[in-house]
Design a protein. Structure first.
Length: 310
């Protein structure tokens, strides 16, 4: 018999950019075993799914290192997110603000959601693709520049010293542009974590409050981009359950806790609908939104045609 300790550890490949523990607060049961009502704009589909089935990509946080497992970053991040979700659950249960140290976990979680979102990665990939293609055109502008570039690449170990591609063939390859430039996941991870400490104060150095949905008012929703795309927006609104949200503001100190009514819920939900990449999530299929400055309750299927593909 082989002991568990001697068995190779299974590597995780389903990596969440919005943690399943966070999304669990919005399911019908309030747990990871519950179901979310999911409206997917890109797939033009309404469905009910478990948190583990959404807001994830294969090897999204992949690490390429001889000293670490491929899912080392995903695993470490999961441990931290677990601590942050525990603080969120405390707020969801009590409706009360936490002490500064406990709330700092939530600052960090919001920052993680901001920097590791696919929309930012896609924008960065497009920018790098443009830069690399332009550099390739410059390096094949004439035969002298091309040969000098190849010599430098060989000396620095970027290409094999035995590679001898004729200039005409290289120039034709670049001009046709029929190739894909791949940006590895670990490159994005390094960039994101480099920005983390620099940008965190924009989230942490605010006056934070708990927003409690008034009795009789409708539920809040969330989405696959639950934190704002930019850190300099004011206020930052971050929903943490159908009945609770957090507000971070820089201009004045609001009460630590206050109630929000149907109009404020409708505004927050509408903003999240516009903020989403491809999906919104709700505890039930009826959500409250603003349409033409009027409050309305909509079946998620009703709003789908207007949002499809956006």
């Amino acid at each position: 018999m082989v002991s568990k300790a001697s068995q190779p550890q299974q590597v995780s490949h389903n990596h969440h950019y919005v943690s399943a523990g966070y999304l669990a607060q919005f399911t019908d049961k309030g747990t990871k075993k519950g179901l979310l009502c999911v409206l997917d704009f890109s797939e033009k589909k309404f469905d009910r799914k478990k948190p583990k089935e959404v807001a994830s990509e294969v090897d999204y946080n992949l690490v390429e290192s001889p000293n670490l497992t491929p899912d080392a970053y995903e695993t470490a991040q999961g441990r931290f997110e677990g601590e942050a979700i525990r603080r969120i659950r405390e707020i969801c249960k009590s409706g009360m603000m936490l002490d500064e140290h406990s709330f700092s976990y939530i600052h960090n979680l919001i920052m993680l959601f901001i920097i590791k979102n696919p929309a930012l990665r896609n924008a960065r990939t497009r920018m790098q693709d443009t830069i690399y293609r332009q550099a390739m055109k410059l390096n094949t502008a004439n035969q002298r520049i091309y040969e000098q570039s190849v010599d430098r690449a060989k000396k620095n170990g970027f290409i094999s010293p035995h590679l001898n591609t004729p200039y005409e063939k290289a120039k034709d390859f670049v001009e046709r542009g029929e190739f894909t430039i791949h940006i590895p996941s670990h490159s994005h991870v390094v960039t994101e974590m480099s920005a983390f400490n620099e940008l965190l104060p924009f989230v942490a150095e605010r006056y934070w409050s708990v927003m409690n949905v008034a009795i009789g008012a409708p539920d809040l929703i969330t989405c696959d981009r639950p934190a704002p795309p930019q850190v300099n927006v004011d206020p930052i609104i971050f929903t943490i359950s159908p009945r609770r949200a957090l507000m971070g503001i820089t201009s004045f100190r609001p009460p630590n806790e206050f109630e929000i009514d149907i109009g404020q819920v409708a505004r927050i939900n509408t903003d999240l609908l516009e903020q989403a990449n491809n999906q919104i999530y709700s505890r039930n299929e009826n959500i409250t939104l603003l349409k033409e400055n009027k409050i309305g309750i909509f079946d998620m299927r009703q709003i789908f045609p207007a949002q499809a593909g956006t």
